[in-house]
Ligand binder design. Structure first.
Ligand code: SF4
Length: 459
């Protein structure tokens, strides 16, 4: 009972967060930067921040996460980090020879007020950035936003620094996948390519953070969008951005900068979410939906109809990042499940909350929603009104254990299970996997609680 002190009495809190359901901006910025081929993320701040950010990603992906740091000490903290960053850029290109360095700031360098573009310009003027190499940056102060904001800012920086129009439109469609798993990025691209649409996806961490063990260490794995592709993204016929909180800024920036029209969709989770994605691709690419994709869709519909009886009416508590929470909530509602307690850790705005409330408007009971909220409130709601299932990241396991409720791990971070970076939960196939996990949790509980007489062999 690690959380036994969680009180059932809920008090209104405005200035206090207990057990936040989010983490700090640079983690998202670092994750996005790893989705650029040959790119070394660089943390402009102290070593402690960088060590935490790397370890958070390493613990989630179980892969070595490469990054560098400006290694602030007392001097840099007082006088600014210009000398450290210029020296770091010189060292990194000399020792590691990446194609690009993606600098993100931290609370400390933001509080000092370091002007990163000015420092990078100085490094360039001093000859520290070799010909054909790049340094780009995003401001990621962690006293605002969350890892999702950091991801969105670094993805937008890819547009700000690199995208350019060559004067005429190519047939390519840009895909901005949002803060999702490497396996999800691969699945999103596979769906587009199965429709015969050439794509540029950024960022793209597939084959970077879910690559093979070959016995040979590669500091820069083969995956990731290249800088050359990022430049070409300004000449695509359109952009499909998935997840408003993590992808909208980049998509809008590309539209404003290079006149590439964008469609902002929710993440392609579940039947309807994937339908919307496929239909948008079909219209934008001027193609038809291939039979192979129709087959996958039909299989998902079959699975839903076969297993609906066990999911119907099940009450669920959902916690996570805004894009994932909204898309998942819609999927659960479409399965006739009842998401009754919903918390996002990251702020997402009033329009987002409105969409979330609309998604559950048809449920036959009151739904608790907090955007942003924390894990304490989430736990209190569950204590006061227990549910059949919790869906959330690894931190939710303490609540699940204390309240003896099955947990399906979903979102970021997942530190204690495998599979999330290798098996997608997006698209039609991913929806089947998600359903498998929901059903496993519910049916395992059903078997556990069955009496000798009510135990069923065939479900
Ligand atoms: S100081 Fe700021 S950037 Fe560094 S780990 Fe803490 S919250 Fe994150």
């Amino acid at each position: 009972m690690l959380l036994r002190h969680t009180p059932t009495e809920i008090k209104e809190r405005n200035a206090l967060t207990v057990n936040p359901a989010k983490t700090c901006q640079p983690i998202g910025a670092m994750y996005a930067a790893l989705g650029v081929h040959g790119c070394l993320p660089h943390s402009h701040g102290s070593q402690g921040c960088y060590a935490y950010h790397r370890s958070a990603l390493t613990r989630h992906f179980k892969e070595p996460v490469v990054a560098a740091t400006s290694a602030f000490t007392e001097g840099a903290s007082v006088f600014g980090g210009q000398a450290n960053l210029v020296q770091a850029i010189d060292n990194i290109f000399t020792v590691y020879n990446p194609d690009a360095i993606a600098v993100h700031t931290t609370c400390l360098s933001e509080t000092i007020g370091d002007d990163v573009p000015q420092i990078v310009a100085k490094a360039r003027a001093d000859g520290k950035i070799p010909e054909g190499k790049f340094v780009f940056h995003a401001n990621t102060p962690s006293y605002v936003g969350s890892h999702v904001t950091g991801f969105a800012s670094m993805t937008k920086a890819m547009v700000d620094y690199f995208a350019e129009s060559n004067g005429h439109k190519e047939k390519t469609v840009n895909l901005i996948p949002g803060y999702v798993e490497p396996a999800d990025m691969a699945e999103i691209r596979r769906i587009a390519e199965s429709m015969g649409i050439p794509t540029i996806m950024f960022p793209d961490t597939s084959k970077v953070l879910n690559g093979p063990l070959t016995g040979k260490y590669k500091m820069f794995p083969e995956g990731g969008v290249t800088v050359a592709e990022l430049k070409k993204s300004g000449s695509s016929i359109g952009t499909v951005a998935l997840g408003r909180t993590s992808s909208l800024p980049a998509a809008r920036a590309l539209d404003a900068k290079c006149k590439v029209p964008c469609e902002i969709l929710e993440l392609p989770v579940g039947l309807h979410g994937t339908d919307a994605f496929v239909d948008t691709l079909r219209r934008m690419g001027g193609v038809s939906v291939p039979e192979a994709l129709n087959l996958e869709r039909g299989q998902l519909v079959d699975v839903i109809s076969d297993w609906h009886q066990y999911l119907y009416g099940k009450r669920v508590a959902v916690v996570g990042d805004p894009d994932q929470v909204l898309a998942l909530t819609r999927f659960l509602v479409s399965l006739d499940m009842r998401p009754v307690h919903i918390v996002t850790g990251s702020p997402a705005g009033k329009k987002y909350e409105k969409r979330l409330r609309e998604a559950v408007a048809g449920l036959p009971e009151e739904v608790n929603i907090k955007v942003p909220g924390d894990m304490l409130l989430f736990h209190q709601w569950i204590k006061n009104d227990p549910v059949d299932l919790i869906v959330g990241n690894t931190y939710a396991k303490y609540i699940a254990k204390d309240e003896d409720i099955p947990l399906v791990r979903y979102g970021f971070p997942i530190y204690d299970r495998m599979g999330h970076s290798y098996f997608s939960s997006m698209g039609y196939r991913g929806a089947m996997r998600l359903m498998e996990k929901l059903l496993d949790a519910i049916l395992d509980r059903k078997d556990r609680e069955a009496t000798d007489i009510s135990m069923e062999l065939v479900m």
